[in-house]
Design a protein around this ligand. Structure first.
Ligand SMILES: Nc1ncnc2c1ncn2[C@@H]1O[C@H](COP(=O)(O)OP(=O)(O)OP(=O)(O)O)[C@@H](O)[C@H]1O
Length: 291
């Protein structure tokens, strides 16, 4: 069953075209929306969350039309915005009770059960009675997920949920999302490849308001087949390589630098083809360098 279908979606901010003819579909599970800063990810997530209107196109979530049946769609959604501000004088538990009431979960016993369940799911029970102002960045994000889970949504929309997290919090967060994706469909937007590479089977790449790729992570990596190389040069040629190629990474080896680069043509010099990764595929797609 299709969770989400987007057809010909256009969004303008006055004269600026932020989304240009977006077509996307998502089945159940975990779906990654990848793109650099300014690509249009948040704009798309806000539209899907029904908080931002759009000019043209059609969005269907579980067979409901986002515009005509917005109320039904909202009942199926949980949303964690990119900039999630919480009233820090609340405790985590108080905040979740407040959000649950706003979501219409007014029965006291039912609300209590749901709040305790989501606190447990995001592993915040031990800190639930502490004021949010004492929470770490990772704990605040987990609280953000907990509020999105209230009401048991079928689809959870997470906009750059790992931004600003340290590596251990990021790993913990990834594990949590993977666990949640067993019972919910999740759309996760990010510009960090490692957020999606182990957990998302299906991804889309968005760049300058356009979807440049949709498919599996393996298919994304395949986009860089025959265009990713390792090029070894003396230090003196460092600047030259930087000017000429799309660089993925580099490492020092004795008196030389070994670059991992994207290039349609085989570069001159000491060069060898390498097995592409998802990151290579992503860089090849957004730089338009494909075989
Ligand atoms: N309210 C607005 N008014 C005018 N332009 C906007 C508005 N919101 C976003 N934009 C522009 O639309 C484009 C897409 O922005 P958006 O926030 O959707 O990108 P993003 O992929 O989420 O990037 P980031 O990760 O930096 O938030 C950018 O060029 C941005 O400057």
């Amino acid at each position: 069953m299709l969770t989400l279908k987007i057809e010909g979606l256009q969004k303008n901010y006055r004269k600026f075209q932020a989304l240009k003819n977006i077509n996307l579909h998502m089945e159940t599970g975990l779906f990654g929306l990848l793109g650099p800063n300014g690509a249009g990810k948040s704009t798309l997530m806000k539209i899907l969350s029904t908080i931002l209107p759009f000019q043209d196109g059609k969005v269907t979530i579980y067979d409901f039309d986002l515009v005509k049946e917005g109320d039904k769609v909202r009942q199926l959604l949980g949303y964690l915005p990119q900039h999630f501000n919480v009233p820090t004088q609340f405790t985590g538990r108080e905040f979740l009770h407040y959000v649950a009431s706003m979501k219409g979960i007014t029965n006291q016993q039912g609300r209590h059960l749901q709040v305790e369940k989501v606190l447990e799911e995001v592993n915040l029970l031990p800190q639930a009675n502490k004021k949010i102002k004492g929470y770490s960045g990772g704990m605040k994000r987990r609280l953000g997920i907990a509020q999105a889970l209230l009401g048991n949504p079928k689809l959870i929309i997470l906009d750059e949920p790992t931004a600003g997290l340290d590596p251990s919090e990021r790993i913990r967060f990834r594990n949590l999302i993977e666990k949640l994706s067993k019972d919910h469909s999740i759309i996760l937007s990010t510009h960090i490849i490692s957020d999606i590479e182990s957990s998302c089977e299906n991804v889309a790449v968005i760049y300058q308001g356009e979807v440049l790729f949709q498919g599996s992570t393996e298919e994304l990596a395949e986009k860089a087949v025959k265009v990713v190389w390792e090029l070894s040069v003396p230090f003196s040629e460092y600047d030259q390589v930087e000017k000429e190629y799309v660089i993925i990474s580099n490492r020092k080896e004795k008196d030389r630098v070994v670059f991992r680069i994207i290039s349609k043509e085989k570069p001159q010099g000491e060069v060898s083809p390498v097995q592409p990764t998802i990151e290579d595929g992503y860089m090849a797609v957004i730089n338009g360098v494909m075989p």
